[in-house]
Ligand binder design. Structure first.
Ligand SMILES: [Zn+2]
Length: 236
């Protein structure tokens, strides 16, 4: 081991001695195998258990007639002002990428339980380049990284991109606005995705319109199947 590496380890261990990592939800000290949030807090969050019926759940029903999806997985239900919304806020606006990866791993574990997870690629919904530049990372990609680690399915962040030229929607008519939504996403490599099954990731599914726009673009590719996964969806 190099001296620098050894020194870094010593400094990190000393840091943990004086500032032991604590759960962002309840403030208790974390065990070695816990990242950002303790097991007790994770267990208290409202699970959807969609992994038990990935073909037929709230999200697949919501998407019926709008776009074609194979399976849908969501880890938690969220309600305004509750714990899950706070965690999503941490991931999206407060730079907590470690939490994003950890919840991605938790989602990965639940997907694995369903026994129907034969995906070729994990694809995060791309962020608008302006937002990406401002935030410095794509929260969907951070979550996708955690899922990829558990499912051992490669991450693909290059095949789908967000169109840079999406102009403001406000002054457009309904048809133009719809057309505009359809053009938000662009595929860079149609060949790569031909006859594949991808798992499309977003941090949260609310109205489903972002997913819908992305999936309707993707399913123009021959033989491509799309499943979706997300950390949370609105509780009905
Ligand atoms: Zn806790």
């Amino acid at each position: 081991m190099s001296l620098t590496k050894k020194l870094t380890e010593v400094i990190s261990a000393t840091g943990e001695l004086f500032f032991p990592p604590i759960c962002i939800s309840c403030g208790t000290h974390l065990f070695k195998n816990e990242v950002e949030i303790c097991q007790m807090c994770i267990r208290r969050l409202p699970r959807t258990h969609f992994e038990n019926r990935p073909h037929d759940n709230q999200i697949s029903i919501m998407m019926w007639g709008r776009c074609k999806i194979e399976l849908a997985f969501v880890l938690f239900f969220y309600r305004k002002g509750e714990r899950v919304q706070y965690l999503l806020h941490e991931i999206k606006y407060r730079g907590n990428q470690l939490l994003g990866e950890e919840l991605g791993r938790q989602l990965g574990v639940s997907i694995k339980k369903s026994d129907v997870c034969e995906f070729d690629f994990i694809v995060p919904i791309p962020l608008h380049p302006k937002k990406l530049a401002k935030r410095g990372y794509n929260q969907a990609e951070v979550i996708a990284k955690g899922i990829s680690e558990i499912l051992k399915v490669p991450l693909d962040v290059d095949s789908v991109i967000r169109n840079i030229h999406t102009s403001s929607q406000t002054r457009k008519g309904r048809f133009e606005r719809w057309q505009n939504v359809e053009e938000i996403f662009k595929m860079t490599d149609m060949e790569r995705l031909k006859n594949k099954h991808i798992l499309l990731i977003d941090d949260v599914i609310t109205t489903g319109s972002t997913m819908e726009a992305c999936i309707n673009q993707l399913t123009t590719i021959e033989g491509l199947k799309v499943s979706v996964a997300s950390i949370a969806c609105a509780a009905l």
